[in-house]
Design a protein around this ligand. Structure first.
Ligand SMILES: *[C@@H]1O[C@H](CO)[C@@H](O)[C@H](O)[C@H]1NC(C)=O
Ligand SMILES: *[C@@H]1O[C@H](CO)[C@@H](O)[C@H](O)[C@H]1NC(C)=O
Ligand SMILES: *[C@@H]1O[C@H](CO)[C@@H](O)[C@H](O)[C@H]1NC(C)=O
Ligand SMILES: [Zn+2]
Length: 599
């Protein structure tokens, strides 16, 4: 994930401040009632217990606060459904397992799968050899694949591996029941490059890595070889035990350029849609928020259920040239400066509506965080029925840059180019404006805003305008603007939080934190939705399912150095992740798909 994807929320370490990053979704959590019939196992050596009544009971229990705006998801204890979970203890406590996992992750870090923006799409060359001739930097991915083959012999033997667009990896553990929708666990193989000038600032060399007893260091340690290796460690362990034979197909989908073009996930999506069809997947869980946060006195687990949209607007401006001894009053650079001034003097409007996951996160904080300012609490709870309360909350969030852009489209003029010579009038100037689009807005809304500013300038100076190849105003003798779009991406559809998919994921996470990680504390962990201001590989996967969660189990760390020097991971969290997926994959396997149908 890219840096802007992790939203700093206020944590224990900063008790003096009172603002939060927040989250929510279109749906307020109504607990649905429906039939749950646990289908009998066809393969009887699975460890799922045949106890329909207990499945039924827990999954349908009323939340503790049924009338609340943020119902507390029931904790799901896997011991109620699965036999023989002694392995969880082994995962968390066995020294040799710990060492093996550590070595597996260090080995993965030692293969520098760096991606750069200028690396060509592997599909442009027929064979890998032809590709390496023009772009040898792709070679490290082949080495990475060999490493995985060698490190995970049982995965290699029992799972079907499809290689998509040369480097994308899709592993399938075929389930015995083809009527059950598969689950996809995603991660990416690539890492952001290490700036060579920073090499001497690393505690351990970034592509060698190291372990200091608490942290495991290295490029990719937390973004996101941790996740990729953790998933493979889990599946290898399940295979080794030979007790679990899935009914539901488990798919591991690993893209190769999440940090640049995203062509890996794009191609993997095409492959999976052609194989399974649209809306054919139960859940997709990918990288995202890690661990939990303490917000105003309560602990929150915040899987992202939405992502903002994205747009790069390139606005070029062409004018006749000439000698700079006889210039017009405004050169093209002067005119584009006026445009910039207009864009920046009017920001996008903040909106907090019930389609934004931020609102549901706010409800959860308002109902469950004891230390929240009571005035803020009251305004949050009234924010959808009282416009004054809504305004107050919008102001509250807008005071802090970290929370402001959860409810507002951003605009940043990131590149400007123009002029080549001291005595020549600039004939060509261009700017790039980067926008992250709020869930309530669309690409079209963003274009409209920039277009309205350009039209003020074309009026004033009698200029033409072309947008995406369409002539809006005919170019004049004074010149014209040429507005083109790069990488337009609408905001992601928000994943629902009013159904069993969310309850099962959230309830299982509560068990991890409350019973396995902090058994000596009495904290209840609140599961709330979150929104990411950046994008992950999931941007390619919308067609496959509505249930997309961007979240990594483990321990949170404010200083994980993602994308920078000394990237590191609290290694214990890696084992927590394995423990979680160990029982979660078995748990979700036993659930009847009728439970997930919209009612
Ligand atoms: C099923 O679970 C319920 C509740 O946990 C328990 O009371 C009952 O004895 C279990 N039945 C079987 C057959 O294990
Ligand atoms: C406008 O920009 C697009 C994208 O760079 C380019 O393909 C097109 O030729 C340009 N049109 C004009 C008239 O400058
Ligand atoms: C947890 O709750 C139990 C029972 O309410 C209590 O006896 C115990 O002291 C609590 N532990 C902590 C760490 O607060
Ligand atoms: Zn990432």
């Amino acid at each position: 994930m890219t840096i802007e994807k992790s939203l700093p929320l206020h944590s224990k370490e900063q008790p003096s401040k009172r603002k939060n990053g927040l989250l929510a979704s279109t749906f307020i959590c109504f607990f649905v009632l429906g039939l749950f019939i646990h289908s009998p196992k066809s393969t009887s050596n699975s460890s799922i217990v045949q106890n329909t009544s207990s499945y039924f009971k827990t999954f349908f229990e009323e939340p503790e606060n049924p009338d609340g705006l943020c119902p507390i998801i029931k904790k799901i204890n896997p011991h109620d459904y699965l036999d023989d979970l002694k392995t969880i203890d082994y995962i968390l406590k066995d020294k040799s397992f710990f060492n093996k996992c550590k070595d597996n992750l260090l080995g993965a870090i030692q293969i520098p799968t760096e991606v750069y923006d200028d690396m060509i799409n592997p599909n442009l060359k027929h064979s890998k050899e032809e590709l390496y001739d023009v772009e040898p930097r792709w070679k490290s991915f082949e080495a990475f694949h060999k490493y995985l083959q060698k490190t995970y012999p049982l995965v290699q033997k029992h799972l079907k591996l499809e290689t998509v667009n040369k480097f994308g990896l899709v592993y399938s553990w075929e389930g015995s029941d083809k009527d059950k929708k598969p689950i996809i666990l995603a991660a990416h193989q690539d890492v952001v490059p290490v700036a060579r000038e920073t090499l001497d600032q690393w505690t351990y060399p970034p592509f060698k890595g190291g372990f200091d007893g608490k942290y495991l260091y290295g490029r990719g340690a937390s973004d996101c070889k941790n996740l990729l290796i953790g998933l493979l460690n889990t599946v290898e362990l399940l295979l080794k035990e030979e007790k679990f034979n899935p009914e539901r197909t488990i798919i591991l989908a690993f893209g190769y350029d999440e940090e640049s073009a995203g062509s890996g996930a794009f191609e993997i999506n095409k492959h999976l849609v052609s194989k399974y069809g649209p809306d054919s997947i139960l859940q997709i869980i990918d990288e995202g928020n890690e661990g939990f946060v303490d917000i105003e006195g309560s602990k929150f687990i915040l899987p992202a259920t939405g992502e903002k949209g994205y747009l790069d607007s390139i606005i070029e401006f062409y004018t006749p040239g000439g000698h700079s001894s006889v210039p017009p009053k405004h050169t093209s650079i002067g005119i584009i400066a006026k445009l910039i001034e207009k864009i920046e003097s009017k920001e996008f409007s903040p909106i907090l509506s019930n389609i934004n996951p931020v609102l549901n996160q706010l409800y959860c904080i308002a109902e469950h965080s004891p230390n929240l300012d009571p005035k803020v609490r009251k305004n949050i709870l009234k924010s959808q029925v009282n416009s004054n309360a809504n305004k107050k909350i919008v102001e509250y969030l807008s005071k802090n840059k970290e929370t402001k852009y959860l409810i507002q489209t951003s605009q940043a003029i990131d590149i400007i180019q123009g002029g080549i010579k001291s005595n020549a009038l600039p004939e060509h100037v261009s700017i790039l404006v980067n926008s992250r689009i709020a869930v309530e807005e669309t690409i079209e809304d963003v274009i409209e805003k920039y277009k309205s500013h350009i039209l003020e300038i074309t009026d004033e100076f009698d200029l033409g305008l072309i947008i995406s190849g369409q002539e809006v105003i005919k170019p004049t003798k004074n010149g014209y603007f040429n507005y083109s779009l790069v990488e337009p991406l609408e905001p992601a559809p928000v994943s629902p939080i009013n159904g069993e998919s969310w309850n099962l994921f959230g309830g299982s996470l509560r068990y991890l934190y409350e019973d396995l990680i902090f058994p000596d504390k009495n904290d209840s962990f609140i599961i709330a939705p979150f929104m990411s201001t950046g994008n992950t590989d999931t941007k390619s996967y919308w067609e496959l399912t509505r249930n997309i969660y961007r979240y990594v189990p483990g321990l949170p760390d404010k200083h994980s150095g993602i994308h920078s020097v000394d990237e590191k991971l609290i290694f214990k969290g890696h084992l927590h992740m394995i423990a979680f997926y160990y029982y979660y994959l078995q748990l979700i396997d036993g659930v009847d798909d009728k439970r997930f149908e919209d009612l």
